[in-house]
Design a binder for this molecule. Structure first.
Ligand code: ATP
Length: 289
């Protein structure tokens, strides 16, 4: 994953009308996950093509895991799903991404709106370290400059920290700095922060790679619970994790001469127990990559 996006201060503000919806919807118990459809995605860094004609359906209420050896384009594909790829100098893109049928790259749709609807959690937990836990959760909304009543804020903070599986651990210390939490707690705080802007889809780029096994288990539990509220696409190198958390998997592969493509995708149990392609079989059984 590129370090380019490790700083949430780079995430642009959310449009006014969206915030109105977010703030007034704090009572909403269940969000409305959307399906995501990637069609014919190709991506380049300068002249270097790293993805070639990749198509994948990511159904609502499901966790889709992107697996494959290092450098095959998983993170790049993930970044095309919320228009982060286009922020990289010299990067280009072809294809279509549809969110419940709506073209995410439609010039009418602002990039900020696209990123509000498709949130991202990064490899390295990146809360604002000096900001309180409470303020961290609300920071996505804060950037909009929109005001909400104290009661609405309190409700939202409790709701999303509960969904991220962190409420019981931090409810008595909401005014402490985010940086005082453990790595695993910080990652769950980042998940809560993402949920606070009510995304339809949550992208996760190796969210547990910097965490110990206990924290990893806790995040995996959170991912499984979150699928009721949000469609999830996760990049992982951990085959056990892909099996534990995902409903479907896509196996990416690139070679020295060919850009990344999907070799095979489908239900996770099929990819792991009865893959159609020998290369998938070899990869999921640790014979390469
Ligand atoms: N910012 C960038 N500028 C130039 N090339 C890049 C950039 N980011 C990624 N690449 C190249 O694009 C290709 C795909 O990289 P990407 O990070 O998407 O792969 P990945 O499958 O996610 O790898 P990993 O599992 O190691 O994170 C690689 O060849 C990589 O070197």
């Amino acid at each position: 994953m590129s370090a380019l996006y490790d700083d949430t201060t780079q995430i642009p503000p959310i449009p006014e009308q969206r915030v109105e919806r977010l703030v007034t919807a704090t009572h909403r118990a269940v969000a409305a996950p959307a399906s995501l459809s990637a069609r014919g995605i190709s991506a380049w860094f300068g002249d270097h093509q790293v993805l070639d004609d990749v198509s994948l359906e990511m159904p609502a209420h499901q966790v889709t895991a992107l697996i494959g050896p290092s450098g095959c384009g998983k993170s790049t594909f993930l970044r095309t799903l919320n228009r982060m790829h286009e922020l990289i100098k010299g990067a280009s893109f072809a294809g279509e991404v549809l969110l419940d049928g709506q073209d995410l790259y439609d010039p009418q749709l602002r990039m900020t709106e696209a990123r509000a609807r498709v949130g991202m959690v990064f490899q390295k937990p990146n809360p604002f370290p000096a900001m309180s836990i409470y303020e961290n959760v609300l920071s996505g909304l804060k950037m909009t400059g929109k005001r909400a009543s104290l009661g609405e804020k309190d409700d939202l903070v409790e709701e999303v920290l509960t969904k991220a599986g962190l409420w019981s651990e931090v409810s008595a210390r909401l005014r402490e700095p985010g940086g005082a939490l453990s790595g695993g707690q910080q990652q769950r705080l980042c998940i809560a922060r993402s949920l606070a802007v009510r995304p339809d889809v949550l992208l996760m780029d190796e969210p547990c790679s910097a965490l110990d096994p206990t924290s990893t288990n806790r995040i995996e539990e959170t991912i499984r619970e979150l699928r009721a509220d949000v469609t999830i696409v996760i990049v992982t190198h951990n085959m056990g994790q892909a099996q534990r958390v995902s409903d479907q998997c896509a196996f990416f592969l690139a070679t020295a001469t060919t850009p990344g493509q999907i070799v095979e995708s489908g239900p996770t149990t099929t990819l792991f127990e009865n893959p159609a392609d020998q290369r998938t079989d070899d990869y999921v059984n640790g014979r390469f990559g």
